[in-house]
Design a protein around this ligand. Structure first.
Ligand code: GLC
Length: 434
């Protein structure tokens, strides 16, 4: 019997999520046009009139979410989370509470609706990212990241602004999102910074968002939906970002939690034309493996162009993931941290009595797995199902020979490997445990 890891119980349905393990994040908005980071409005402190140009000219004539959905599915992803509204405040969906929405741009239609239909048709689960921050809304007050922070004093800027009205606006929009698009599986709020004071004004957090009510609104409409922790109220999902946890994440009481690392292909979430730090396929596959080996999920981000397609660099990265996943996904889906400890340069995942051995540094001749002697029934490469022979040193009580098995220590299993590394960035051995 494989060891069971007990994870803290939460209100949402996480069972599918911890099996599916791999999803696509999509950051799409007006910021795809300047194409130099989704925070461009804040970073360059762009005034409203100037940012309005993007709204006037936003025309994703090549938007075909069926292609996106196919690309996600081919990469082995099982769910997708789309930015329905990012910090800039622009809504990809047709909301009756704002004019600042895709339907009023040359795009002229509800882009979220088409996304949902296309991804659902491919059998992928649907997540909505919704920004708690809004740099367009007339009730949103000044803080340290607001684009207007250096042009006007907070006191003057905040005159007539009312975060309570803004909190209501969010509840209304979340209601729309959870009413008009069928079953939504994840609600991904982003983000809080209550400890970031600015010119004597506090940052923003759960009280500003009226997070309790916001969450209650969502739960009422969709009780089993998964909600992240970024409102500052702990819910179903922890979301480490732009770094890889080295072990299973725990809450403050020490309980294991459901977690999902979110990562970019290159250094930005939104489409960033000139950004060059694209991760290699090997690094991406390793990130996925490392994540599942620590009991987590990976949400890998694409920032589509303003014309609505995934650029070639993103497609290449997705194809590379897809090639690896096509042959190795059994070591990802349904898997979690192993009960065994992996040796250096190896990562384990496990699904019941199948142990998946991911080889990060391909060794000469044999791979030694300490502590597994007597436990292994059969071994094969996962990608082609070809047998791998193994020897093991099961220590016996009357064993007088100090080293009867060459270089093996007691408890070791030595799997014989071909000299040539298989053509996979991370080869996987499937070990059938007794
Ligand atoms: C950060 C950024 C944001 C991005 C998010 C993804 O909070 O503000 O641009 O959407 O991370 O996790």
């Amino acid at each position: 019997m494989a060891k069971e890891f007990v994870v803290r119980k939460t209100p949402g349905d996480t069972a599918w999520f911890t099996k599916d393990r791999f999803g696509m994040f999509i950051h799409w908005g007006l910021y795809a046009m300047p194409a130099r980071h989704e925070w461009i409005k804040s970073r360059e402190r762009i005034p409203e009139e100037k940012y309005q140009k993007y709204f006037e000219y936003f025309d994703p004539d090549l938007y075909d979410p069926k292609e996106w959905a196919k690309a996600a599915k081919n990469a082995g992803m099982k769910y997708a989370v789309l930015t329905t509204k990012h910090h800039e405040g622009f809504c990809l969906f047709d909301s009756k509470y704002t004019d600042y929405k895709a339907t009023n741009t040359p795009a002229g239609r509800d882009l979220v609706k088409e996304f949902v239909d296309a991804f659902r048709a491919e059998g992928l689960k649907i997540g909505f990212y919704y920004s708690l921050i809004d740099w367009h809304h007339p009730d949103f007050t000044m803080d340290h990241i607001h684009p207007r922070r250096e042009d006007v004093e907070p006191e003057e800027f905040n005159k007539g602004r009312d975060m309570k009205r803004y909190a209501k606006y969010m509840r209304d929009q979340v209601t729309e999102l959870l009413t008009n698009y069928g079953k939504i599986d994840i609600l991904w709020f982003d983000f809080s910074y209550s400890n970031r004071e600015f010119k004597g004004y506090p940052g923003k957090g759960k009280d500003d968002w009226e997070a309790e009510e916001l969450i209650a609104t969502a739960r009422k409409l969709m009780p089993g939906i998964m909600i992240d922790n970024r409102t500052e109220i702990e819910q179903d999902l922890w979301t480490p970002e732009q770094y890889q946890p080295r072990r299973w994440m725990r809450d403050n009481d020490g309980n294991l939690v459901v977690w999902e690392a979110c990562q970019t292909f290159s250094g930005s979430w939104g489409y960033y034309r000139d950004e060059q730090t694209w991760k290699t396929p090997e690094m991406l596959v390793r990130m996925l493996v490392n994540t599942v080996a620590c009991g987590g999920n990976l949400l890998l981000n694409v920032g589509p162009t303003s014309r609505g397609y995934f650029d070639k660099r993103a497609c290449d990265a997705l194809d590379a993931m897809g090639y690896w996943m096509k042959y190795n996904s059994r070591s990802i889906y349904g898997c979690t941290q192993s009960e065994f400890e992996a040796p250096t340069d190896v990562r384990y995942t496990q699904n019941g009595n199948r142990l998946y051995v991911h080889i990060f540094a391909y060794p000469f001749g044999q791979l030694i797995l300490p502590g597994l002697a007597g436990k292994v029934d059969y071994c094969q490469f996962l990608h082609d199902g070809s047998e791998l022979l193994f020897r093991e040193y099961v220590p016996k009580a009357d064993d007088s020979n100090i080293n009867p098995m060459g270089n093996l220590d007691p408890g070791d299993v030595a799997i014989t490997l071909p000299i040539i590394k298989p053509d996979h960035v991370v080869p996987v051995i499937e070990v059938f445990l007794k």
